[in-house]
Write a protein that binds this ligand. Sequence first.
Ligand code: COA
Length: 388
Amino acid sequence: MTPDPSARRAVLAATGLFTPSESISNEELVESFNAWVDVWNEAHAGEIAAGTAEPKAHSSAPFIEKASGIKSRFVMDKAGILDVDRMRPRLPRRADDELNVLAEMGVAACRDALARAGRTAADVDAVIVACSNLQRAYPAVAVEIQDALGVEGWGFDMNVACSSATFGLQVAVDMISNGSADAILVVNPEICTAHLNFRDRDSHFIFGDVATAMLVERGDRAHAGRGAWDILGARIQTRFSNNIRNNAGFLNRTEGTFAELAARTADPETDLLFRQEGRRVFKDVVPMVAKMIVGHMEELGLGVDDVRRLWLHQANLNMNRLIANKVLGRDAEPEEAPVILDRYANTSSAGSVIAFHRHHEDLAAGQVGLLCSFGAGYSAGTVFLRRR
Ligand code: COA
C-alpha cells in the first residue's frame, strides 16, 4: 500500500505557558523611573544650569497606556528592576550543574504543553529553543531543556528576535514533513527585562518576561479529541533594518576595555541593550505584515470571512489595530484579535503564542485562525491554523 503523503503533515498539538509570579504595574515602573530622574537631575544640576546637559524628563503611566496599550508586565525579578540604584533584574548566575533560568522557564512551558496534549517526554524527538536572547553561547539551551525533560533525540537554538516562534514553527513543520522527527517542542523563553534599558524613557515600559512552548507533531499521530490544529501553511520573511537593534555579543570583548568602548560609543551600556526607532518600526512593519498576511491568505484560498481569529504579535496595541484593519477592511472586534499585552507587555517571540494559548478554546472544528509575528530583522511570520 502506498503511504499517504499527507500523513506526515504537521499539526500543532498543544501550547504551554510559564508566567512569572511577579508583575510590575505602569505606576510602579514610572515611580521608580521618576525617582531615578530626580536623582540624576540633582546630581547634574550644575551642568543643567550651565546648559551643557539636558534635564531628564519624567515618564508617565497614562502616556504608556495610550502609546502602547500596556498596563503591566510579568517579570523574573521585580525588586532589582524597581531599585533606583540598579534598575535591572537581579538574576544571579547559577552553577554550571544547576538548571539555568532560561531552561527552567522553558521546561515549565514544555511540561504544560505536554500535559495539555496528553503526551510525555517519551513521545518527543526534539527540542528547538527559538527566542530573542540566549543565556550563553553553548551548550545550546535546547539541549539543556531536552536533558531536563528526558527527551531522547536532539535540540538546537535559533534566534529571529520577535519572530522566533513562527520561524521555529516553520522549521518544525518542515522537519516533521521531511521525516527528521515525529514530534518537536518549539520553546520560546523570553527574559526581555534583562535586555531592556530601564533608564530610557522611550522604551522602559515595553517588555515583560514569559516562556511559551508549542508541541508540533505528525498529523496521523495526534490524539483525536484533544483539539489539535492543522497547519494550513507557514510563511516567513526578513528584510534588513537597524531600526530595532541590540549590539550585545561576544565580539564586544575584543573591543578592548569598557572605557575604550565608551570612548567610541555615546553610551556603551545602552548600546548593548535593546534600542529602537519606534515610530519608524511602526511605519515600516505595519504595511509589510498586512501585505504578507493578505498574500498568504490568497495563496491558501482563504477569504477574510474564513479567518476567525488573529493571534498577532503583541508589541503595540495601535499597531495591531492597524494591521487587523488593513487585513479585514474594518476594525476587528475584540474577540477577533485578542490582546494580552495589556497584562504581559511585549514578550517578544512569545506574544502571539500567549494570545493563542489564552484565546482559542471557543473556536469550533474547521475554523481557521492566524498566528502572526513581526519584529527585529525586520522579520515576520504567518501561520494559518485550522481546528481539527
Ligand atoms: N512618558 C511620557 N512621555 C513620553 C514617554 C514616556 N515614557 N516616552 C516618550 N514620550 C513622549 C516623547 O518625548 C514625545 O514627546 P514630543 O511629542 O513632545 O516630542 C511623545 O511622547 C511621543 O513619543 P514617541 O516615542 O514618538 O511615541 P510613540 O507614540 O511613537 O510611541 C512606542 C512609542 C515605542 C510605544 C511606539 O512607537 C511603538 O510601539 N512602536 C512600535 C514598536 C515595536 O513594535 N517595536 C518592536 C519591538 S520588538
